[in-house]
Write a protein that binds this ligand. Sequence first.
Ligand SMILES: Cc1cc2nc3c(=O)[nH]c(=O)nc-3n(C[C@H](O)[C@H](O)[C@H](O)COP(=O)(O)OP(=O)(O)OC[C@H]3O[C@@H](n4cnc5c(N)ncnc54)[C@H](O)[C@@H]3O)c2cc1C
Length: 379
Amino acid sequence: MNFSKNEITDHVAQVARDFAIKNIHPHVMEWDEAQYFPKDVMHEMGKLGLMGIFVPEQYGGSGFGYFEYVAAIEEVAKVCGSIGLSLAAHNSLCTGHILYCGNEEQKNKYLPKLATGEWLGTWGLTEPNTGSDAGNLKTTATKEGNEWILNGTKCWITHGISAEVAVVIARTGEPRTSGNSTAFIVERGTTGFKAGKKENKLGMRASETSEMIFDQCRIPDANRIGEVGDGFRQALKILDGGRISIAALSLGIAKGAYEAALKYSQERYQFDQPISNFQGISFKLADMATEIAAAELLIMKAADLKNRGEKVTEAGAMAKYYASESAVKISNDAVQIFGGYGYTKDFPVEKYYRDSKLCTIGEGTSEIQKIVIAREQLK
Ligand SMILES: Cc1cc2nc3c(=O)[nH]c(=O)nc-3n(C[C@H](O)[C@H](O)[C@H](O)COP(=O)(O)OP(=O)(O)OC[C@H]3O[C@@H](n4cnc5c(N)ncnc54)[C@H](O)[C@@H]3O)c2cc1C
């Protein structure tokens, strides 16, 4: 394993950090309270190359690898988990699906717009009755001549309202049979495709989450990604890589919470001394630092495998499972270290706490990660 970061990774991290501090940090609580999704920020990140980090330069991307990708997400998430989540969903899911599974025509048509941030991407797998059991889709795609007709509702979709282009996985075969789903590209404005309800969430409130509704939505066969019946296999492949980005998102949130708690513990005096003098606090800080270091190693391992084109199913699941559960624990401890102040919106830790919880749910819950890891172990 080669985890050596180089100056390119450091440079990308610096660019993401500077942007987040200047353009996101001043608005974090305002956007959170209003559930405002700042789409213009996504466009601006596109101008910096952050919206197509691992897309090759020939398609308008930055041509970087996964070390640079996780570094960027981590830096943005340290400042705001919501924007980190949106960055991850855009890069890994919609853009990643077209890059890894699309044909040349599709890549040439969509990637330059997505990778530069001119267009925002979304990815629809989950449905009201089909979450963890993602093979049991109700949304259907029926072939008629040279077109497909989509019917059904997707839910919990990041950028379901604002994205210009969606990758949608729909059932094209009989229910509960293998190879029964196919992925399609649907552009915003296509007749029969509209956004539904926007969710009012606990955390990640500045990242837009909504339904996507398909009602007799006709799309050309040219928008089919790969073979008919290959949709579920493609989705699993995309999630394998996507989980590395949710692990990086978790790590950024955990580091943000830890750094705030570390500083506060040295500034807050009780019993005439900084609270960091109390072992009850310093041991929490020791646990937090250790878990952050462990999460970082798991993420680096998964990113390294991904860079080398090797299978990341287990490593991605381990990184996502550990980093997300740690982020919840670390941000919970950060609130505890802040005491009553931590429970208010005047200090940043309550938001890290709320945002962190999504990381144990999105792109496969912790229980699903354990199923994936156990399956790999028991092979
Ligand atoms: C903010 C947000 C953004 C999202 N963005 C997207 C997106 O862009 N695109 C998209 O397609 N989806 C998206 N999702 C959906 C997300 O991936 C699902 O919520 C997730 O996969 C879980 O599905 P579910 O919510 O239906 O829960 P369920 O599948 O109903 O699970 C409920 C509980 O049962 C447990 N469970 C289920 N099956 C098993 C089992 N076999 N063994 C043990 N426990 C089990 C789960 O772990 C969980 O604890 C998003 C979700 C959120 C909250």
